[in-house]
Design a binder for this molecule. Structure first.
Ligand code: AMP
Length: 277
């Protein structure tokens, strides 16, 4: 696996090959969920590029940024074992040569006003900024992102359409621990007991899915919010939305494609998850 730190070196390496390129952007602290994206990219492209960059502009909470897990040596080992061709590992100055003070503003529209857009002001602007920069650097054929970050996938789809970027977005299923907890780099910040309790999120999503034909969403929502609180979570939202555009709905009959999305803090760690209904 080639490790590249500078955009010009990356482009030199990529320009010389007329290959299909699959790209998996990450913030490191890699787990099997990330590796599943790498495997899908490898199956569908001639060259797979992964990036690791903990992007400061998408953290609205400085403490969350400071505590973000960094395990670079292990990450390199995992990526290399998975057969990644190139790891792009830029420093801050490479991605933000102009510094962090003047940040470009993206028109994210409705998606910036609900769910994580509402609870994490500025987050999706930071995501749009870094994904745009990374796509310009790598110029991939296919971009692989996880459905675990459901709203992020829609924001990036919007970015690609708006900026007319020549890339296909491929969204991949969420990988879970054996108790149902969605794999996440932030899970490493939970205690052993916390990791067990955190599966309550998956239990709630599953409960809503199995009871959707016989109960109103509001009833299921109230039951699950109480269950989360009882397990020690501080829930931020648990909402039903149209999966195509994330317009919030209050009945399972109000859209063909539906998704329930949840964000809740446990032991000070913010966890998100979702499930299609
Ligand atoms: P992150 O490093 O958290 O920014 O994630 C990098 C990419 O991996 C994003 O596209 C995520 O949606 C995806 N991802 C994170 N967790 C999972 C998971 N449990 N299953 C599948 N993909 C994931």
């Amino acid at each position: 696996m080639l490790i590249v730190k500078h955009i010009k070196d990356l482009q030199k390496r990529l320009q010389s090959d007329n290959f299909t390129i699959g790209f998996v952007p990450t913030m490191g602290a890699l787990h099997q969920g990330h590796i599943s994206l790498i495997m899908q990219s490898k199956a569908e492209n001639q060259l797979t590029v992964c990036s690791i960059f903990v992007n400061p502009t998408q953290f609205n909470d400085k403490k969350d940024f400071d505590k973000y897990p960094i395990t670079i040596e292990k990450d390199i080992e995992k990526l290399s074992l998975a057969g990644t061709d190139i790891l792009f590992l830029p420093e801050l100055e490479e991605m933000y040569p102009e510094g962090l003070d003047e940040q470009k503003q993206y028109d994210i529209g409705y998606l910036d006003t609900v769910l994580d857009g509402k609870f994490r002001p500025g987050h999706f602007n930071g995501v749009s900024m870094i994904v745009h920069k990374l796509l310009n650097a790598v110029k991939p054929t296919n971009l692989y992102m996880g459905e675990k970050d459901f709203q992020q996938c829609l924001v990036v789809k919007h970015l690609i359409e708006q900026k007319k970027l020549p890339v296909h977005l491929i969204t991949c299923p969420t990988l879970r621990e054996s108790n149902g907890l969605a794999m996440s780099s932030r899970n490493t910040r939970l205690s052993d007991q916390g990791r067990v309790k955190a599966s309550t999120i998956f239990d709630c999503l599953t409960y809503i899915k199995t009871h959707q034909t016989e109960s109103e969403f509001a009833e299921l929502q109230a039951y699950c919010l109480a269950k989360l609180t009882h397990a020690g979570f501080e829930p931020e939202y648990l909402l039903l939305a149209d999966a195509d555009n994330l317009h919030l709905i209050d009945s399972f009959e109000h859209a063909n494609n539906k998704v329930v999305l949840v964000a809740a803090k446990l032991e000070g760690v913010r966890l998100i998850d979702n499930m299609r209904m």
